[in-house]
Design a protein around this ligand. Structure first.
Ligand SMILES: O=C(O)CCC(=O)C(=O)O
Ligand SMILES: [Fe+2]
Length: 318
């Protein structure tokens, strides 16, 4: 089935690409580019084509097929994996706010951090391989390069980190054709909590707002590439040098469900951060408080900088 694209007059983000292999080879030009992009955009493509990383792309395609099967299960089946947790298990749609004021999200997720959720245990070999590769890709290339370059601020970037894989499905609610696309709920604007997010999606829907801009731009899905974005924790650890770019997901087609896979690399819970308000806070506390905020009303969210990581106030960089 052809992939649905946004309306013709939509803005599409022009994002730069980092080559994974060059980063692994410690190519200084690529490291410099990564640093510049982390400061200016906080969002870029990661080219994963080639013999070293081909397996992650192969695994990803299979994982998407398993997700199509999983998310089509009856709600009661999926709820068996609901742990009421932000780090593992199933999260039903409507737990968070949607992108439109007053709406709830249409996003259901299956999260894995230590133990594979019951429903996908039978595919443990596939999931373990994919998760291991995601950790390798985020930790050994972007994070290591940033750490090496920002040696003037080595403190917490050097800390151990952990990761979590999230399998996501933006469900097309069944009465949507009657409601019209505008009522679709997507995923409300936010910055990511952790250090680095590795995102795979074959479909449109993701939008970003460049630091300092108020325009939403679509991020085009690109074969052979992951989308990387810097999260709040790494921005805080860099002394707010890096950008944790604001993004959201909106429905693009009334009759199309959307799938994405995110690997969230984050600092260990005990790492010290200084947040948007200058508060000293541990990474684990920032994680828990921000996740709680995702569930609050739009009014309450608007009263704090937490969801947007303070990025709405960052002036445009040249
Ligand atoms: O589904 C997507 O493309 C992005 C999801 C996202 O922003 C998130 O899970 O933090
Ligand atoms: Fe996100």
């Amino acid at each position: 089935m052809p992939i649905k694209t946004p309306a013709e007059n939509s803005r599409i983000a022009t994002l730069q690409t980092i080559d994974f292999k060059r980063l692994m080879d410690r190519d200084v030009t690529e490291q410099k580019k990564l640093l510049e992009l982390s400061i200016k955009d906080g969002f870029f493509y990661l080219d994963l084509q080639g013999p070293t990383t081909g397996k992650i792309l192969e695994d990803k395609a299979t994982v998407v097929r398993v997700m199509e099967w999983y998310f089509a299960l009856p709600e009661g089946e999926k709820m068996k994996d609901d742990r009421g947790s932000h780090t593992h298990g199933y999260k039903p749609p409507g737990t968070f706010t949607g992108y439109k004021k007053g709406s709830r999200d249409c996003y259901e997720t299956l999260k894995h951090s230590e133990v594979l959720p019951g429903a996908v245990k039978a595919r443990s070999e596939l999931f373990e391989s994919f998760i291991g590769l995601s950790h390798f890709v985020t930790k050994n290339a972007p994070r290591e390069s940033l750490r090496r370059i920002v040696l003037a601020r080595p403190s917490s970037i050097r800390r151990a980190s952990s990761g979590r894989q999230t399998f996501q499905h933006d469900a097309c609610p069944s009465p949507l054709p009657q409601q019209g696309l505008d009522d679709g709920m997507g995923y409300n604007k936010h910055t990511d909590i952790g250090s680095i997010t590795l995102l795979f999606t074959e479909q449109w829907g993701l939008q970003l707002q460049r630091p300092g801009s108020s325009e939403w731009e679509f991020v085009a899905p690109r074969d052979g590439h992951a989308i990387i974005n810097i999260g709040d924790s790494l921005r805080f650890l860099s002394g707010k040098l890096f950008s944790s770019c604001l993004h959201r997901v909106i429905p693009v087609a009334a009759d199309e469900d959307r799938y994405s896979i995110a690997y969230f690399l984050r600092p260990e819970n005990a790492a010290h951060l200084e947040d948007t308000e200058g508060r000293r806070i541990k990474a684990g506390e920032w994680h828990d408080q921000k996740y709680a905020m995702f569930g609050e009303s739009h009014e309450k969210q608007a009263m704090s900088n937490m969801l947007t990581g303070g990025m709405e106030k960052v002036p445009v960089t040249a």
